[in-house]
Design a protein around this ligand. Structure first.
Ligand code: SAH
Ligand code: SF4
Ligand code: F3S
Length: 464
């Protein structure tokens, strides 16, 4: 996900919710990395709003700048360091300005951050945001403040996030935190700690409130949503149970979720998706590699056949049209041309609708960094990645072409980026469609016939 300037676009309902707070200090917050980080920034804004801060999208008027950082690949960290050196110039202009880093890079580097980046006043890990008011009080007294404690319980269940940079139609809801898998390449278990699931009643409450405020789509977020499990003395909720609970809120509330892990996604989840029209027919199912040998070194705990078996099962239960996307990593340790070919042939078998593609970036402290040599030369990693991207382009186009001539129910997200004469929204399968607006507006559902497409977008017209 790209750098995102989070603004203070509050709709009326949200202003009502927060009107008891009149913040005098200005917070500017910028988020990097995955959707969970963006969702966390909304929790942070909520915590700070209750402590006298209001948000601003203008960095120049900020009293406090927070960067919510990502550590997943080296270039994600590089971007943050570059951004920090630019932001430092604001400090020269306004000596009172405080700068803090939150999130996964803060957690990975801990106090080292303060040694490496002298202009940083505050370092806070993903489980310590409740402590922000205390930490800021320390900073106000001229000290540096750090809290990178990882919790086994924290889910921020009782905090109502302040929706930042929102289109007022779709919102993220965090349903769990952390990750108990140990994919050998991945820094997340170290930066986000142990997996824990959030109380389903608090998730339901948040989704209901969003629906009442006019939102029509929620995306349930977790690193591995299929292992969601919440127990009390009398009840137990699996991810399928949770999906059902949220689907029952209202037929006009669309439900999406991310990320599914191929080892954990169950038939029960697939059948729940089939049962409820408002659970979108779209699954993000990261493969990481098409080679069973590489998958084993990655400790993904499935092989190529298992992954393809899951794809077959998805299509058997939900039909050929179910949208499927992937994550793939090119050039993991010891990857040969043959392994790379296995990735390309896996893609040929599945014909994914979409994909997120990366080349391997060794992360300090991970099992792969400790056990294996990062031995694929950078130019080979890049060439393989380009081949993967080119193949995905072909498949995206092919899958999009299958939609031409058909009619889909679209949730309107807003105006198209290119023209205010056009609206845009997604199909159930998560494909973006652009169409002339007529008299419709965002938040409404319309039926759209697809007339043409590219690899990235569909174009159509509303059929009344
Ligand atoms: N929980 C999700 C992924 C979270 S990280 C899952 O299990 O699929 C998002 C993606 O970043 C991963 O799926 C992976 O493809 C990529 N990624 C993670 N670590 C990486 C690394 N060290 N180098 C390159 N890509 C990486
Ligand atoms: Fe990382 Fe694997 Fe957990 Fe995903 S499932 S966050 S890739 S360790
Ligand atoms: Fe990055 Fe942390 Fe998400 S490392 S991808 S922000 S969980």
């Amino acid at each position: 996900m790209s750098e995102n300037h989070l603004t203070e676009e509050l709709d009326e309902a949200k202003i009502t919710v927060n009107e008891f707070v009149s913040g005098t200090k200005k917070l500017y917050i910028e988020s990097y990395g995955c959707q969970m980080n963006f969702a966390d920034s909304e929790v942070v804004a909520s915590i700070l709003r209750s402590n006298g801060y209001s948000t601003t999208s203008d960095v120049v008027e900020a009293d406090l700048i927070l960067l919510n950082t990502c550590a997943i690949r080296d270039n994600a960290e590089q971007r943050v360091r570059n951004r920090l050196s630019i932001l430092n110039s604001n400090k020269k202009r306004n000596p009172e300005l405080k700068i803090g880093v939150l999130g996964c890079m803060a957690e990975r580097l801990k106090t080292k951050f303060l040694e490496e980046e002298k202009m940083v006043d505050l370092v806070v890990g993903p489980d310590a945001y409740r402590d922000l008011p205390n930490l800021l009080a320390e900073v106000e007294e001229g000290h540096k403040a750090v809290n990178v404690f990882l919790s086994r319980e924290e889910t921020y269940a009782d905090i109502t996030p302040i929706r930042l940079d929102s289109n007022g139609v779709s919102a993220f809801i965090s349903i769990m935190r952390g990750c108990n898998n140990m994919c050998s390449f991945c820094v997340v278990p170290f930066t986000r700690g142990r997996e824990r699931s959030r109380d389903p009643y608090s998730i339901e409450k948040e989704a209901k409130e969003l629906f009442d405020q006019g939102y029509r789509e929620v995306t349930l977020l977790g690193q591995n949503v299929d292992s969601y499990l919440w127990k009390s003395e009398t009840e137990q909720f699996t991810f399928a149970n949770l999906l059902e609970k949220i689907a029952l809120i209202h037929p006009d509330l669309r439900i999406r979720f991310s990320t599914s892990h191929p080892k954990d996604i169950t038939d029960e989840v697939l059948y729940t998706m089939k049962k409820y029209d408002n659970i979108c027919n779209y699954i993000h199912l990261p493969a990481q590699s098409g080679s069973s040998r590489i998958l084993e070194l990655m400790n993904r705990t499935y092989d190529r056949e298992w992954y393809l078996g899951k794809i077959d099962r998805i299509r058997e239960i939900l039909g050929e049209e179910c949208g499927i996307s992937h994550d793939l990593i090119a050039g993991f340790c010891t990857e040969t041309e043959e392994d790379h070919q296995d990735t390309l042939t896996l893609m040929d078998y599945v014909k994914f609708d979409y994909g997120y593609m990366f080349y391997y970036s060794e992360r300090p402290g991970t099992p792969a960094a400790k056990k294996y040599e990062d031995d694929v030369p950078e130019e080979v990693k890049k060439r393989r990645l380009n081949e993967i991207i080119a193949k995905q382009q072909e498949h995206s186009l092919e899958r999009n072409q299958m939609t031409v001539g058909k009619v889909y129910r679209i949730l309107i997200e807003g105006e198209s980026k290119r023209s205010d004469e056009d609206l845009c929204g997604r199909t159930d399968q998560n494909k973006m469609v652009v169409f002339p607006r007529k008299h419709y507006k965002k938040g409404e559902y319309v039926n759209v016939r697809i007339l043409s497409c590219s690899a990235a977008t569909l174009k159509g017209e509303i059929v009344d």
